[in-house]
Design a protein around this ligand. Sequence first.
Ligand code: DX5
Ligand code: ZN
Length: 227
Amino acid sequence: MTFDRKIRIAPSILSADFADFGREIRAIEAEGADWVHVDVMDGHFVPNLTFGPPAVKAFRPHVTTFMDVHLMIAPVDAYIEAYAEAGADMITAHVEAGPHPHRTLQAIRATGKKAGIALNPGTPLEAVDYLLDLCDMVLVMTVNPGFGGQKFIHSQIDKIARLRGMIGDRPIHIQVDGGIDPKTAPLVAKAGADVLVAGSAVFRGGSVDRQQVYGENIRAIRAAATL
Ligand code: DX5
Ligand code: ZN
């Protein structure tokens, strides 16, 4: 994957039909998804439980774009290899997941996968000051992680803009996740975000049998972000 800052839309399959992931993934890709975002939750770091490595491995053959795995788990280091082997293309860990995020990023890089670091809304940007050179992406959470369908937290726009300045020319994506829809997409894109995760705003109103709705939703977010 060559680096550029064009807007990418990464639907979160947290909002998909849990009984039909293969078809859901194929539907969003056919309708223009750039990446497939997989939210891994452990019921401890966040108050919800989702996908272990075997589930992610089962998604893999259906993904032809790029599988972006967001780990909301603590501790995280012990599971990195398993998610890498399951077929993640990018593994993102939270800076709050433990005392050694630097070691975590080294461990992700050691698997040969792209490495991301995520910040909760309450975490200051300074937490990534000394981590950026180990990162392919920084994820600025625009909701408190754990659930889809929450309200966008506006204070994070300033964090995105300051992060964009910190990154400068370095080939590091800025991802946003939580409450992204055609209303909030232009705000984060203008501040400097280039990878937009969206769950409810992509899957809303559609289904595998009405997948053109996914396409309309993806195009509406992309158009709003590229205005
Ligand atoms: C939140 C997850 C998100 C979530 C986004 O914990 O990391 O990826 O699915 O959902 P929406 O777009 O509905 O806010
Ligand atoms: Zn996520």
